[in-house]
Design a protein around this ligand. Structure first.
Ligand code: PEP
Length: 263
């Protein structure tokens, strides 16, 4: 269902009217985690001022350590809904358990499946039935075939509004958190009609890499980028070292705009 054999034209996925697909470069920005109403609104305003058209933010955080901040849960979703009402930005947020899908879909405009859950097949089937577009991150140890098969689990349940997101894979290299597999973009676009985005924040894990990785993403034909922003990264409860501040984000947005006209 997700292959180009089945559907030769590349698809555009609409999130509350915002397109993600071949004719546009979509910028999704927001905090890694929803922490407070003030922090989320400030991050959303930064995103909007820079030209982002969708707001990201995690209320359920699947952290490596069970002692790390796990997110605010449903309270975080309420904050996101309030910020959407305030700014008009549609909300992309992660769901980590099949039993939560209906509840999260009640607040979200797009459901995110994170790298750690790419092969959580019950979750994939549940998001396939939720009636909302899905952002499917690549598993950090998944091959492209496994990733596309994960998308197939969602599609099989009747939902073809799927956007794939390359967010770095595990390699022997330790200088970056994960290695952004930039070649996945044209490879996947050759195999599948689904849009493909890049997450330069979670792949590199470092603020200074977000701009160069984003340039590479657009140059190679990605359909958009998903980036973390925070009004005070040094106080972030989650992934502060990779979060952009307002000036970084507007520079990134300007560069993406300029590059989009060139490539
Ligand atoms: C995220 O985008 O908030 C996230 C946790 O990403 P990943 O699943 O790629 O680590």
């Amino acid at each position: 269902l997700v292959s180009r054999e089945h559907h030769p034209e590349r698809s555009t996925v609409y999130v509350r009217g915002v397109p993600i697909g071949p004719d546009t470069v979509t910028l999704i920005a927001g905090p890694c985690a929803v922490e407070t109403p003030e922090q989320t609104l400030a991050a959303a305003r930064m995103a909007q001022a820079a030209g982002a058209t969708l707001l990201r933010g995690g209320a359920f955080k699947p952290r490596t350590s069970p002692y790390a901040f796990q997110g605010l849960g449903e309270l975080g979703l309420r904050i996101l809904a309030d910020v959407r009402a305030e700014t008009g930005l549609p909300v992309v947020t992660e769901v980590v358990a099949a039993d939560d899908v209906e509840m999260v879909a009640g607040y979200a405009d797009m459901l995110q499946v994170g790298t750690r859950n790419m092969q959580n097949f019950g979750l994939l089937q549940a998001v396939g039935e939720a009636g909302k577009p899905v952002l499917l991150k690549r598993g950090m140890s998944a091959t492209i075939e496994e990733w596309l098969m994960a998308a197939e689990y969602i599609a099989q349940r009747g939902n073809l509004d799927i956007v794939l997101c390359e967010r770095g894979i595990r390699t022997f290299e330790t200088a970056t958190r994960n290695t952004l597999d930039i070649s996945a973009v044209p490879v996947v676009q050759g195999l599948s009609h689904l849009p493909v985005m890049i997450d330069p924040s979670h792949s590199g894990g470092r603020r200074d890499l977000v701009l160069p990785l984003s340039r590479a993403a657009i140059a190679i034909g990605a359909d958009g980028v998903l980036v973390d922003v925070h009004p005070q990264p040094e106080q972030a409860k989650c992934d502060g070292p990779q979060a952009l501040v307002a000036a970084d984000l507007s520079r990134l947005a300007k560069e993406l705009d300029a590059l989009t006209g060139v490539v």
